[in-house]
Design a protein around this ligand. Structure first.
Ligand SMILES: Cc1ncc(COP(=O)(O)OP(=O)(O)O)c(N)n1
Ligand SMILES: Cc1nc(C(=O)O)sc1CCOP(=O)(O)O
Ligand SMILES: [Mg+2]
Length: 211
């Protein structure tokens, strides 16, 4: 899989007056280099329609496109991959269904889950929530950057830090060894989506050691 630095997930509740394609296009123009469609409320038919549109957009910019939760929708639109949590379809079954060429990302909140994902053939893991977040209702307590320290020392597959990551705290995450960051609200809820992505990209590239 192509490496990435800034993973942006849709969150339409944060931009009620703007369309999802328009907002994600701005994110891509600002440097988002992988996109996920995450829609926990709409019907499958509506999610499928959004997936088609985002597939078209991401092809235009050659950016990988991941669908959250719905393997069938991911396959129907020929997404590059799927993202699954600990309560979703188990990794080995998902791999059987999607085949070896699709990206599978797995959410992890503790090191044992990360080990299992790696051993099970995940392409990347999500590590979080690092900080408190309002973007996910059924979320576990923040794992803090100390979970990133464990992941850095033990896990070899790519990991992306997620959960409550903002421009003001991303330096702490980067200083813990994360060089892939995943964001919903701070990006898609911004008045300036492109500019916010550009600032994230700049900060991901900087290791600021606070003494
Ligand atoms: C990159 C990334 N990491 C974590 C998640 C969360 O997935 P999950 O735990 O299945 O929760 P939902 O997003 O389905 O509510 C994610 N989507 N993406
Ligand atoms: C979708 C999701 N998954 C998480 C996890 O820890 O697995 S945290 C999260 C929400 C991230 O949104 P925001 O950037 O707005 O905090
Ligand atoms: Mg899920």
């Amino acid at each position: 899989m192509k490496d990435f630095r800034l993973y942006v997930i849709t969150g339409e509740e944060f931009h009620p007056t703007r369309g999802v394609v328009e907002v994600m296009e701005e994110a891509i123009k600002g440097g988002a280099d992988i996109i996920q469609l995450r829609d926990k409320t709409n019907s499958k038919r509506v999610v499928l329609d959004k997936a088609r549109k985002l597939r078209e957009l991401t092809r235009k910019y050659d950016v990988p496109f991941i669908v959250n939760d719905h393997i069938d929708i991911a396959l129907a639109v020929d997404a590059d991959g799927i993202h699954l949590g600990q309560d979703d379809m188990p990794l080995h079954l998902a791999r059987d269904i999607v085949g070896k060429d699709k990206i599978i990302g797995i959410s992890t909140h503790r090191i044992q889950e990360a080990r299992e994902a790696e051993q099970g053939g995940a392409d990347y893991i999500g590590a979080g929530p690092i900080f408190p977040t309002n973007s996910k209702s059924d979320v576990v307590d923040p794992v803090t950057t100390s979970y990133l320290d464990e992941v850095v020392s033990e896990i070899s597959i790519p990991f992306v830090a997620i959960g409550g990551i903002k421009l003001h705290n991303v330096a702490d995450v980067v200083n813990s060894g994360a060089n892939r960051i995943c964001v919903i609200s701070e990006v898609v809820g911004s008045e300036d989506v492109k500019g916010t992505c550009e600032m994230f990209i700049q900060k991901i590239g900087e290791k600021v050691i606070q003494l």
